[in-house]
Design a protein around this ligand. Sequence first.
Ligand code: F6R
Length: 242
Amino acid sequence: MEVVIEPPGVIAALVADAVEGLLAAKPEAVLGLATGSSPQAVYDELARRCAAGRLSFARARAFMLDEYVGLPADHPERYRNVIDRDFAARVDIAPGAVHGPDGTADDLPAACAAYEATIAAAGGVDLQLLGIGTDGHIGFNEPGSSLASRTRLKTLTTQTRADNARFFGGDVGRVPRHCLTQGLATIMSARHLVLVATGAGKAEAVHHLVEGPVSAMWPATIMQHHPHATVLVDDAAASRLQ
Ligand code: F6R
């Protein structure tokens, strides 16, 4: 696992460089998309480069990591809508090329199985963008998640719901309790994992990710077993590294 410690602006540029390089070599690349705060500067930079003609997503496809269950289809914080707003609408990716688990499905286990099949049919993910939760989750694989898990229904921890209340007007009661998430084994199947973490609130999780033993109680630690994982952190997020 490669650990890069740089200011947030440099991190966004480095991740955009990796995406740009991938698209230059493989225009039909399959990207894995995270939501939340961590990838925002990356999406800003990718939108800027796309507008400047430096890269094109026209032949690319993308798969989201996770989705809330229980939000109406038009809810602004439904991850599908967040990704459309923050990424898809700002670049030249084709309509229909961005996929996500269907948190509105009547049959959620069937929706999870269908999502796994769609990722496999696309040939798997070339580059997976990740953030990390303060409790060490990637995707929404909360502590205790099976290291062999695939896309499934999960219950969000109290910690994660409190962390995400900022997207719901500060009201934790409005944060859904359940989600669909790619499993840890699904994430580990991507060919390159790129995790971004900034701010002191991520320092403990980053410490476990990089220096802790691999444990389901800090799910991101599974990344230590990935052959090509890059962790980009700022000074604050790196502050508990030895
Ligand atoms: C979001 C996701 C989560 C977030 C994590 C960090 O799709 O999968 O793992 O990356 O909760 O969220 P932020 O970046 O908002 O701190």
